[in-house]
Structures are given as C-alpha cells and as structure tokens.
Design a protein around this ligand. Structure first.
Ligand SMILES: [Zn+2]
Length: 204
C-alpha cells in the first residue's frame, strides 16, 4: 500500500514514489545493522543498551511493516492555509497511538487498520531537496521520516535540528526516544540515496 497521493503535481508524486521504497529500505537496514553499543543509537537516543537495541530493532521493523501494508494519504495544504512548515501529520481516526510497542507478534498491525493515516505537505516541502545534500538542512525524505514517526509512534516535537537533538540525547534519553527529529536523524543515517541528487546535479 504505502502513500496514496491526492492533489499533488507530477513532480511531487515522483518524489513521494522515490521516498517510499527508500524509507522502507532505511528502516529495514537500520533494524538489520544496529548492534549493542552502537554509536548511532547512543548519538540520537542516548542509549545503546541491549534492552533498548532490542526495542529499537522491533520498532523499526514494525514501522517498515505499517508503511508497507497500510495506506498513508499524502496531500497538499491549500495555499491560503499554508504556513512556514515542511509538513504536518494529521491525527489518525482513533487518535494518536504508538503502534510499535505493547502488542505481541503481528497483533500491532490490527490496530493500524482503518486509521486514515494522513500527512499534509506545507510550503517549505516544495523548496526541500529530495534527499539530504550539503546545502539544505532538511530533505523531503527526512520530512516524511519525521511525520511517519508521529503517526506510527506518537512521537513529539521536543527539539528540532542536529545540535538540539544531540544535546537532548545526552541530557534526557527518554525525551530523545519520544522526539520525532531524533528518530528522523537516526533513520536518515541509513538512507543510501542521501547524496544522489547532489551528485547528479553536479554532472549536469
Ligand atoms: Zn513534528
């Protein structure tokens, strides 16, 4: 299933179609590669204990499963309602929940049915590069990664940006594990395509 696209230009549709498999790959790759004492987990979550790594791996796999199976509606915000944000996650039909913990086996998927997951793209989305490059702080890939942690895991916006998220992980790992940008930066480490756009633009 994945992204269901409504009212977006052909370019925006192509961008989302490129992000979808790459995001699933990054989640699966992160789950496959994380090990105890891993630096990435320490950097973004302030924790690399066995207990946390086990939970992190399960939550990454479950996010990939939900993205693979359920529909996430992606639509533009009307121009007169736009703000200076990149995107917004809309509250799911039955409210904000963390679908990646507290259920055994595949039971978590049952709770993700009929939730009407929805992401609305805002003004700054249009100016972001598809994947991270050296010139822009936030990419479209990172934006979608950030928003799916809101709708799949009920993450919060406690801190934004690399510096504040690193400091949060040191000062308060529990808050870092709840913060959307900390998850986004962690997941983004596993995207292979981060520099592709930059390379291809140099070749032109
Ligand atoms: Zn957010």
């Amino acid at each position: 299933m994945g992204f269901s696209i409504l009212g977006l230009s052909p370019t925006e549709q192509m961008d989302l179609r490129a992000i979808e498999p790459e995001l699933i790959n990054a989640l699966k790759k992160a789950a496959a590669r994380i090990i105890i004492c891993q630096a990435n987990s320490k950097l973004w979550f302030g924790d690399c204990s066995q207990q946390w790594i086990d939970q992190l791996r399960m939550r990454l796999i479950r996010m990939a499963c939900i993205l693979n199976i359920q529909t996430i509606l992606c639509q533009s915000i009307r121009i007169d309602e736009q703000s200076n944000a990149y995107a917004h996650a809309i509250i799911p039909r039955y409210g904000w929940r963390d679908y990646t913990i507290n259920q055994h086996g595949d039971a978590f998927l049952k709770y993700t049915q009929d939730q009407w997951f929805c992401i609305r793209l805002d003004r700054r989305w249009n100016t972001a590069p598809l994947f991270k490059n050296n010139f822009s702080p936030i990419s479209k890939f990172q934006t979608i990664a950030h928003e799916i942690t809101h709708i799949f895991m009920n993450t919060r916006d406690i801190a934004y940006g690399v510096i504040d998220c690193c400091e949060l992980a040191i000062a308060n790992p529990n808050d870092a594990k709840l913060n959307a940008d900390n998850w986004m930066y962690f997941i983004d480490e596993y995207s292979l395509l981060r520099y592709v756009e930059f390379r291809s633009s140099r070749q032109v």
